[in-house]
Design a protein around this ligand. Structure first.
Ligand SMILES: Cc1ncc(C[n+]2csc(CCOP(=O)(O)OP(=O)(O)O)c2C)c(N)n1
Length: 698
């Protein structure tokens, strides 16, 4: 039976609500829940987290259009069914079948995801999808699309930083986002009263987001409110928060004993009054849509269908161990291209400005989002200054919140399939966005390649605020402004990390990084922004490096994962120095001084990409020189440099004639501000020269 009860004033073509189909969807959700709960208890799979009490979410989804986006959480089985109509999917994931539509059996059940149905991939980290949902909303608004995004979380989720980042994204940019807080009164054992103070609705309104409380145990009331609120969002009136009051009919999950934290009376009252499936069934009987007998008949039919589906699914293939490394990382395949533009002398900052202009001109959806980037100054370092003047609107200033920034770029990239750029002022501050970055890098693996997250994170890293290399002090960055950054980024599976040393490489690599379908951390060294080519101690520019300060106009790309091998001197190499970023320049200076003094040749391998790094080039350089030094400006704790050093020991041991050397900054939190301590903290060309002498004598 089809009943059109959509709001008459809706501006989009009204879709009629099939009221009995909605009820059936809710019953499928409940019966699936009960079946899977039992199967878990029977030991058929290790974990289940259910939806009982949350089935009226099907009514919220019924108020959306089919091309609207959704960011669901683990209680949203009914929402999944209402959107996809796929009752096999949740069973397939519970039984870890390769046919599973969310993760091909790789993730826990109840982690909804479907690129086809525009359902973003649910994380186990509560509310962690929130900043991504804001990015989707940002993209929908930017492209003036008539679509909106539904974001859901529980009452506990409201307290997370992630949800608060979404709230700010939607409020500041007035994004087309409907936030539904499914408040069942509990976050495992914690009552919702400890998640926020005062009234959620008033809190939201005070922050610039329209909000309403809705009774989620009444399905028709939920539907009617949803139609109204969806219309509010779609018509451009801004975001909405729906505080949906529900009851949790089961324990938190299959790992929780409900009686250990809830009283018998409270459970009984909840089951008697807050069961949306039961309440909706009564309503349908009262209003003549169903007979009393139909309720049990429908339940039994659904149970039989599900058991039939289960029998089929149990015949389907399970994952094999040989796929465990599939879909960790997507590095673009490089197409060889010869830069044709006229070359001109440029510092790295100029090269980065030019690369951003190229990206904006070639891709109408490209933007840079970050603190101060839209001001005439072009961010605190001026990296977007050209973008601001030449491509108005493409450099957009953000609130002071790194999670907001990364979420906007990541979510927008998921909509477009092309990387959008997040600028983090100083790499030290990536930490407040750490969860969002780590999860962006995990999505490809978690969804078994179902979703990709093209995302470009540019950030100033390492010593210095922009002074010429080896000009005395390293630049006074001190705490909060001078961390190297690669320690963390290279430890995140699924992340590409790039750290260029020269203007030519910075432009070509940045243009290639925008083609990646995995997130990229692009570490721009502060000391290199305005540096000149490295010189030896007599003040002569090192010839092998000079050409990389000459940057072609226009578009060209350089391969990710390929090192640059720089030979200084003539004849066979006596030492291979492996480094990246600023330390490449220091290493070249040290190598040139040594060669000037003793003759021969030293190779400097500029890794350029740290993850994945060029194993072949490193191994070849070690094989030829038989002596190696790894040089990093990271502090001497667990670091990428240590990882590389260990890799060389493990893989190149028989090619070594001497102990593989390691040079880093000192094991302190960061470089102090004063020049004396700062200079003592970082390695310099002098440190490297001394090590070369020691190694040659060994
Ligand atoms: C960031 C984070 N912290 C803690 C957990 C452990 N955890 C899983 S579910 C949950 C409670 C969530 O409560 P709520 O958001 O109210 O949703 P509900 O389960 O009640 O529907 C917690 C604390 C987690 N998964 N993620």
């Amino acid at each position: 039976m089809t009943v059109n009860i959509r709001a008459k004033e809706a501006s989009t073509p009204a879709e009629s609500l099939d009221i009995l189909s909605l009820y059936r969807t809710m019953v499928i959700a409940r019966v699936t829940n009960d079946l899977l709960k039992t199967r878990k208890t029977q030991g058929r799979f290790p974990f289940y987290i259910g939806c009982a009490g949350h089935e009226s979410m099907a009514a919220v989804v019924a108020a959306l259009n089919h091309d609207d986006w959704m960011s669901l959480y683990y209680r949203d089985l009914a929402a999944w069914l209402q959107r996809t109509g796929d009752m096999y999917g949740p069973l397939r994931e519970a039984y870890s079948r390769t046919t599973g539509p969310m993760s091909a059996g790789r993730n826990m059940p109840s982690h909804y995801s479907s690129k086809r149905h525009r359902i973003l991939p649910t994380f186990s980290e509560v509310a962690a999808l929130a900043p991504f949902a804001g990015g989707v909303g940002f993209s929908l608004k930017w492209h003036k699309r008539n679509e909106i995004i539904l974001f859901t979380t529980g009452d506990g989720g409201v307290a997370t930083n992630d949800f608060n980042a979404l709230f700010r994204q939607t409020a500041v940019h007035q994004l087309p986002v409907l936030m539904v807080i499914e408040d069942n009164g509990w976050a495992i054992t914690a009552p919702s009263t400890i998640q926020w103070g005062g009234s959620l609705v008033e809190w939201a309104k005070g922050g610039g987001v329209y909000a309403e409380e809705v009774d989620g145990t009444d399905t028709m009331a939920t539907y009617e409110a949803s139609v109204r609120l969806v219309e509010h969002v779609r018509s451009g009136k801004g975001p909405v928060l729906m505080h949906l009051r529900l009851g949790l009919l089961d324990p938190h999950s299959s790992s929780t004993d409900i009686r250990s934290y809830r009283t018998k009376e409270e459970i009984e009252i909840t089951k008697a009054t807050k069961d949306p499936v039961k309440n909706f069934g009564h309503w349908l009987v009262e209003h003549g849509y169903l007979q009393e007998d139909d309720i049990e008949r429908i339940r039994k039919e659904v149970r039989a269908e599900l058991e039939h589906a289960e029998t089929e699914i149990l015949q389907e293939p399970e994952p094999s161990a040989d796929r465990v490394l599939k879909d960790v990382l997507r590095v673009p395949t490089w197409q060889e291209n010869i830069p044709r533009g006229t070359k001109k002398q440029l510092p790295m900052l100029g090269a980065i400005n030019e690369a951003l202009i190229e990206l904006a001109q070639r891709d109408p959806g490209f933007f840079v989002y970050g603190q101060d980037v839209g001001s005439p100054k072009g961010g605190v370092f001026g990296a977007t200054a050209m973008l601001v003047t030449q491509c108005p609107g493409r450099a957009i200033s953000s609130p002071l919140n790194e999670q907001v920034i990364v979420g906007i770029a990541a979510g927008a990239g998921m909509v477009d399939g092309n990387a959008r750029c997040a600028e983090i002022q100083f790499v030290d501050y990536h930490q407040s966005a750490a969860q969002t970055i780590r999860l962006a890098a995990r999505i490809l693996y978690q969804t078994y390649g179902g979703w990709t997250v093209p995302l470009l994170i540019r950030t100033k890293s390492g010593s210095g605020g922009g002074g010429p290399i080896s000009s005395g002090g390293a630049g006074g960055g001190a705490f909060g402004h001078s961390n190297a950054g690669e320690q963390w980024f290279t430890s995140v599976p699924g992340m590409i990390t790039i750290c260029p040393a020269t203007p030519f490489d910075a432009k070509g690599l940045l243009l290639e990084a925008a083609r990646a379908q995995s997130p990229v951390a692009f570490l721009e060294r502060g000391r290199l922004y305005r540096s000149e080519p490295p010189k030896d101690s007599q003040g002569n520019i090192i010839a092998a490096m000079a050409e990389y300060w000459s940057v072609p106009e226009g578009y060209y790309t350089l391969p990710i994962g390929k090192a640059r091998r720089i030979r200084i001197g003539n004849g066979p190499t006596s030492i291979a120095i492996i480094s990246w970023g600023t330390m490449v320049l220091e290493s070249c200076t040290a190598a040139a001084n040594s060669v000037n003094r003793y003759g021969g040749a030293i190779e400097v391998v500029d890794l350029r990409t740290l993850a994945p790094f060029d194993e072949e080039a490193v191994a070849a350089a070690v094989r030829e020189a038989n002596r190696v030094i790894v040089v990093t400006e990271e502090d001497d704790l667990t670091s990428f440099g240590r990882h590389l050093h260990s890799w060389i020991v493990q893989n190149c041991f028989y090619d070594l004639d001497a102990t593989p050397s390691f040079i880093s900054a000192l094991p302190a939190p960061a470089a102090p501000y004063n020049a004396t301590e700062e200079s003592a903290f970082y390695p310099t060309a002098k440190t490297i020269e001394q090590k070369i002498e020691e190694l040659l004598a060994e």
